[in-house]
Structure formats: structure tokens, C-alpha cells
Design a protein around this ligand. Structure first.
Ligand SMILES: Nc1nc2c(ncn2[C@@H]2O[C@H](COP(=O)(O)O[C@H]3[C@@H](O)[C@H](n4cnc5c(=O)[nH]c(N)nc54)O[C@@H]3COP(=O)(O)O)[C@@H](O)[C@H]2O)c(=O)[nH]1
Length: 684
């Protein structure tokens, strides 16, 4: 109460109001800067403490000085310039020191000492300022109010420190606002309680009253300068806040978006999916998850390079963005995997299936990049919540299973999840795991199918054909595991193993017999292939002229430059190249012309239908003639009877291969077979 009566009866209320505004703005700006000082890294902390000290000290001093100017003394009053300057220095240095102490450590003692230093510096500034206040009268001090004012200043400064350094504020206030109020109370209570301690009695005969007009002008000037300082400090805080907000937005964007394509990334996808699943659990609302995997993307990356691969991925993302609806969510999960959370499909599954059709359509259209025409395609797996899962994990698993099924179904297609698919996928997954270990566990074997001279019927060599002796599933055909090995990137080591084993076996055969080894398209894309082949030949001692490598047209499509370089190197080493399964693919005549091919193998699907099927017979005739005129050898595959042998021989095929002569047999048996001189006799 004495404080309020001191304000009302002994002060110019207008200047008290100005001091109050100064105090509020100054405390607000100080706490914001103080917050930055607390949060700053070590190297920036000094600067934030200094800025807080200058802003806080100036506003504390200005509040005091303006209020002093508003004090209505009955006697003439002036200010001692030296002590006035010292009081402002105390305010700034004391506040800076106090703030620095509060930010120096998390320990309670640091906060107590820092808060007390701040409170003491407010008090010291005030009393030095009071000594600077020179009055022509009799001054007396009340010690109780002096002590009370200092206790109030220290107490509320410590409380402000408590809130600024993480202390819990009352429920209706933020910590910073609680600190603002505490700081205001520290300054105001100190000033007006200390003013209650101060009284001055006029000396009879001296003129009474200070020059209130001059004091008001001084108060305005001080307020202006102090506000400028406070706003300078506050501006720094605003700039810092904006920069921080901007970088937080940038960081958030970077963290949730794919750098290459600009669409949301896996992290964002997981968030949105979890959110949608939670809503579905609450409301039962239906939505679909579409997993997209590009077909034939790896060869693009391997053959045309990562820059082209990246350009393709950007175009894919762009096409997908155009095909989805505004309510759908597209993300790139990594590599060539994309996902769509189709929210717009609620209630009608045909909507999502139509969307899948559109996706397959747009991704099947060629991409023209740097003059290359790239044909991809996509496999899609669809799962619908809540029917196929209500958690992100379950739904993703269902969509993945459907995706596997789509790939197995021949790609460029989509599959909607069905429960039965899960068993197939389980089977495939366990096969994948086993395949990764099969090489180390020596579970592969090479079988050989002999090839014979069409005219003489003598053996001319054999084709190496891999088998997998699976510990639980028995002997597995390459049809089952070679595509899987290609997909898992295991074909390189497996192919090398077959080649090494075939060369080792072939050196033990009579020297006029050759060995043919299949190369998968993925092996052909490996620039290191000629080097590996050379090293295997050196290691096994097989004459390169006895080795034939069988490739398919698939190895050449879209891989012209690389394939030509690899084939030329192999040919230069003396190795023969044969084009397998001819007639089933593009059967492009330009391949025969452009690539160094020694032999064409006519696919057994044509041989199978001769001589009865006129068209197949015509195809065999045409291929044999064409190959012959290009100086190539011709092998007819899949000879199962005498008519097929006779027809193929008549049409000009040089060599024959098929069950009529022998099925593929283990390496341990082929040597004995070669000892049999007349294969025709055996066949008969
Ligand atoms: N990249 C690699 N591919 C390989 C390797 N080993 C085999 N393969 C490829 O797997 C496919 C299936 O091979 P396989 O089950 O061994 O079948 C071969 C023969 O058994 C079969 N054949 C031969 N003659 C007949 C016949 O008269 N009738 C009949 N029904 N089938 C017959 O043909 C397959 C040989 O085909 P090809 O290679 O086209 O000459 C197959 O595509 C193999 O290429 C490997 O190590 N790497």
C-alpha cells in the first residue's frame, strides 16, 4: 500500500505511465533475448548475454530514471552526471553478468547466484542513481524499506531466472510471460519501495520544487533512447526467430521429401499411412495402398548410367503426380519403388483399380531421355484398409505381397491382395534366403546336355546347365531360381561359378569337344565380364576356342554399345558367341548383322512342331538359310525324334541338341557318354 500511495501522491502520473511502458517493453524484449541466451550454443552465448544485458540494463535504468524524473520533490533537484553514468554502467554490466551466470550451468546454484546478481544490480543501479539525485533539502532514509526493496528485487529476479531456465510456470502463463511479470515486479517493487524509504524536507528560505518542464523533456529523451536500444535488441531477436523458423521449415522439407524427385519420402509416407490407419481404426473409413515397382529399371541404370536413371525416376514421379487425384498421396520409398495412399477410393474398389490401370498405362509409355528410348513398365500391389490390414505394417505387408504376385504374373500388371498370396510369398521369401546361401553351401551342380554334329552324329560338345540340389525341395530347375538370382543380384557370382566349373570339366574331355555356357542379360551388362572370363580360362587352362557363350536377344536390347564392346572383347579372345532361343524374341536381323555372332540356336518351340506344322517348318528353313548365308553355324534345339533330326539336317542345321541324344546329365557322367563313339547308335 505505501508503494501505491507513493506512486499516486509523490509522482507525476504521466511520467509514471511512461516508466511503466518502458519497463513492460524492456522486460518483454529482455526475456526474449534471455531465452536465446539460454538456448544458444557455447560460442554464441556471450553475444546473446551481452545483448540481453544491454537491452535489459538500459530499460531497467530508463524505467528508474524516468520514474525519478516524475518524482515530485518539494525542493530543487539536479542530477550528478558522474553518478548517473555510473548507475547506467552498473545496470548494463550487472544485468549482463547476472544473465551470463544464469546461462552458465544447469545447476541450481548458478541460477540462484545469477538471479541474485540481477536483483542486486537493479538495486545497486537504483541507489547509485538516488545518490546522483541532488536535492536542496534534508534527506532521510528508512532502512526497513531499503531492505524490503532489495529483498523484493532479488526475490523476483531469482523467480524470473527460475522461469527462464525451465522452471514450471502457473498453468495460465507461458514460462516466458511468467518471467516477464517477475522481472517487471523486481524493477517496479524495488523502485517504488526504495522511493518510500526516501524522504526530503525543504530547507526554509529556498525556492521550492524542481523544474518539472525540463524533467519531462529529459524523461521523454531518455525513454526515446532507451526504447531505441530495446527495439534494436528486440529486432535481433525477431531476425533470429525468423531465420530459425525458415531453417526449421527447410529442414522439415528436406527431412520429409525425396531429394531427387521432390515427392514425399518414406518417412513422410510412414507418418501419413500411420495417420490414415488410425483414422480407419476409429471410423472404419476405407482407403487403398498401392505399392509400385518399376520393371526393367535396373538395366537402365546399369547400362545408361545413374544420370539417365535419375532422369527416368524424375519423369516417373512427374507422370504419377499427374495421374493421381488431389486427395491421393504419392511418395518415393527409395530406388525404383513408389507408393500411393489412395484416399479417394473410399467405398468403391473399382476406383482404385481404374487408378492402377492408368498408372500402368502412363508408365508403359516410352521415356525419351538424352536420345535414348527407354521402355519400362510397372508392377503394382494393392491392399485395401481395413479389409487387408488396419495397421501400417499389416497393410504394407499385404500390398507388398500383392506386388510380388504382380511381378510373378509377368509384370506390367497389378494385383489386389488375396489371403492365398501370402503363402506363395512366404515360399518365395524362404527360397530367396536359401538362394543367398546356396553358393557357399555348394548346393549347385552343373549338368551337361551333349550336342551332336547333324551330319555325322558325332558329339561336338555339350551345353552346361545349372541345377540346384535344394536340401529340402530336391533338385530345382534353373527356370525356378535363375530369374530370382537375377533379381537379387546374385547372377554374377553364380554365373561365374558355372563358367569355372564348366571349364574345369571341359578340359578333361577330348580336345575336339567344346562347352557352351549360358550368360544371363545381367552378366552381359557387367563391363568386367571379359576380364572374369579370361581369368577363369587362365585358371582352368581351357583353350578359349573350346568355349562358346550363349546369349539371348534380351541381352542386346537397349544395351547395344556395352554389349558390342563386351562381345568384341570376348571374340578377340577366341571365344565363340551363340544367339540362343532365336525366333522367340524380336529376332531382329540387325542384331545378326551388327554383333559378332558365330552361331544361331533355333528355339525348340519351332523344332517341336516340325515337320507337321508348316509355319514352324518354314521358320526353321528361313533361319537356317539366313544364318548359313551370313556364315554362321546353326544349332537346332529340342530334337526329340528322328523326323526332327532328319528335317533339321536337310534344312542345313550344323548341330543338334535334344532328348533324342541325351537329357542333361551330371558332369560325372558326361565323360563316359563322350567315350561312346556313335551317338546316333546310342539314340537308336
Ligand atoms: N543364365 C543361365 N541360364 C541357365 C543356366 N543353366 C540353364 N539355364 C537356363 O535355364 C533354362 C532352363 O534350362 P533347363 O531346365 O536346363 O532346360 C534345358 C534343357 O533341359 C531343355 N531341353 C534340351 N533339349 C530338350 C528337349 O529335347 N526337349 C525339352 N522339352 N527340353 C529340352 O532346354 C533347356 C536348354 O535351353 P537353352 O539354354 O535355350 O539351350 C534355359 O533357358 C537355360 O538357358 C546357367 O548356368 N545360366
Amino acid at each position: 500500500m505505501p508503494v501505491i500511495s507513493c506512486i499516486l501522491t509523490e509522482h507525476d502520473l504521466l511520467l509514471v505511465l511512461l516508466a511503466a511502458v518502458m519497463c513492460a517493453i524492456g522486460s518483454f524484449a529482455t526475456t526474449r533475448l534471455w531465452r536465446n541466451a539460454v538456448a544458444a550454443r557455447q560460442r554464441d552465448r556471450f553475444h546473446w548475454c551481452f545483448l540481453t544485458g544491454v537491452t535489459g540494463g538500459s530499460s531497467i535504468w530508463a524505467t528508474h530514471f524516468i520514474a525519478m524524473l516524475g518524482y515530485q520533490t518539494p525542493v530543487p533537484a539536479t542530477f550528478d552526471p558522474k553518478l548517473t553514468v555510473i548507475s547506467i554502467v552498473i545496470a548494463i554490466l550487472g544485468t549482463s553478468l547476472g544473465i551470463a551466470l544464469t546461462t552458465s550451468s544447469n545447476r541450481l546454484i548458478a541460477r540462484l547466484v545469477g538471479g541474485a546478481t540481477l536483483g542486486l544490480s537493479i538495486a545497486a543501479m537504483h541507489f547509485v542513481g538516488m545518490f546522483a539525485y541532488r536535492v536542496d533539502g534534508i534527506v532521510s532514509w528508512d532502512q526497513t524499506y531499503i531492505v524490503l526493496s532489495i529483498v523484493a528485487s532479488i526475490g523476483f529476479s531469482v523467480l524470473a531466472t527460475f522461469y527462464m531456465t525451465g522452471g514450471r510456470a502457473p498453468a495460465f502463463l507461458s514460462r516466458t510471460n511468467a518471467a516477464v511479470i517477475s522481472l517487471i515486479l523486481a524493477i517496479v517493487l524495488l523502485h517504488f519501495t526504495a522511493m518510500d524509504a526516501f524522504s526530503v524536507a525543504p530547507i526554509a528560505g529556498l525556492s521550492s520544487g524542481a523544474d518539472s518542464g525540463a524533467f519531462s523533456a529529459m524523461a521523454m529523451s531518455v525513454a526515446l533512447v532507451a526504447l531505441l536500444i530495446v527495439f534494436t535488441g528486440f529486432s535481433s531477436e525477431v531476425i533470429e526467430f525468423r531465420n530459425k523458423t525458415r531453417s526449421e521449415i527447410d529442414l522439415n522439407y528436406i527431412a520429409t521429401h525425396d531429394e531427387l524427385t521432390g515427392v514425399p519420402n518414406r518417412r513422410k509416407f510412414s507418418e501419413i499411412l500411420a495417420d490414415r490407419c488410425a483414422k480407419t481404426r476409429d471410423t472404419g473409413a476405407e482407403f487403398s495402398l498401392i505399392m509400385i515397382d518399376l520393371d526393367r529399371f535396373k538395366p537402365v541404370n546399369d547400362t545408361l548410367g545413374h544420370t539417365t536413371g535419375d532422369a527416368v525416376l524424375k519423369r516417373v514421379a512427374n507422370r504419377l503426380e499427374h495421374v493421381i487425384r488431389a486427395s491421393d498421396f504419392l511418395a518415393r520409398l527409395g530406388g525404383d519403388e513408389f507408393a500411393i495412399i489412395a484416399l479417394g477410393s473410399t467405398g468403391d474398389r473399382s476406383n482404385v483399380l481404374r487408378l492402377c490401370d492408368r498408372i500402368i498405362d502412363v508408365l508403359s509409355r516410352p521415356f525419351i531421355i538424352n536420345g535414348h528410348v527407354i521402355e519400362l513398365g510397372a508392377s503394382l500391389g494393392v491392399a485395401i484398409a481395413p479389409a487387408h490390414g488396419t495397421t501400417a505394417d499389416d497393410l504394407t505387408q499385404s500390398a507388398d505381397i500383392a506386388l510380388y504376385a504382380a511381378k510373378d504374373a509377368g509384370r506390367s500388371t497389378y494385383k489386389l491382395f488375396e489371403t492365398a498370396m501370402a503363402d506363395e510369398v512366404q515360399l518365395r521369401r524362404s527360397l530367396e534366403i536359401d538362394l543367398r546361401r546356396a553358393l557357399n553351401r555348394e548346393e549347385f551342380e552343373v549338368y551337361y546336355q551333349p550336342q551332336v554334329d547333324a551330319k555325322s552324329g558325332d558329339y561336338s560338345g555339350a551345353e552346361a546347365l545349372i541345377r540346384w540340389r535344394h536340401p529340402q525341395r530336391g533338385m530345382l530347375s534353373p527356370v525356378v531360381f535363375i530369374p530370382l538370382a537375377e533379381e537379387l543380384g546374385l547372377i554374377g557370382p553364380i554365373g561365374n561359378w558355372v563358367l569355372r566349373q564348366a571349364c574345369r570339366d571341359a578340359v578333361t574331355w577330348p580336345s575336339h569337344l567344346s562347352v557352351a555356357v549360358n550368360l544371363s542379360p545381367a552378366q552381359m551388362m557387367d563391363r568386367r565380364l571379359p576380364k572374369s572370363v579370361k581369368s577363369i580360362l587362365n585358371e582352368t587352362g581351357l583353350d578359349p576356342a573350346r568355349l562358346e557363350l550363349e546369349i539371348t536377344e534380351t541381352s542386346l536390347i537397349g544395351n547395344d554399345v556395352q554389349a558390342l564392346a563386351v562381345l568384341n572383347e570376348l571374340r578377340a579372345m577366341g571365344i565363340a558367341i551363340s544367339l540362343d532361343d532365336f525366333g522367340t524374341g524380336y529376332s531382329s536381323l540387325s542384331y545378326l548383322h551388327r554383333f559378332p555372332i558365330n552361331r544361331i540356336k533355333i528355339d525348340r518351340s519351332f523344332i517341336d512342331r516340325i515337320p507337321t506344322d508348316v509355319d514352324s517348318a518354314a521358320i526353321v528353313q528361313a533361319i537356317a538359310k539366313l544364318g548359313g548365308s551370313l556364315g554362321m553355324k546353326i544349332t537346332a534345339e529340342g530334337i526329340e525324334n528322328e523326323e526332327q533330326w532328319s528335317f533339321s539336317k536337310t534344312e542345313g542345321c550344323d548341330h543338334l541338341q535334344g532328348y533324342l541324344f541325351s537329357k542333361p546329365i551330371p558332369g560325372s557322367e558326361i565323360g563316359a557318354l563322350f567315350d561312346t563313339k556313335d551317338s546316333a547308335e546310342r539314340a537308336a
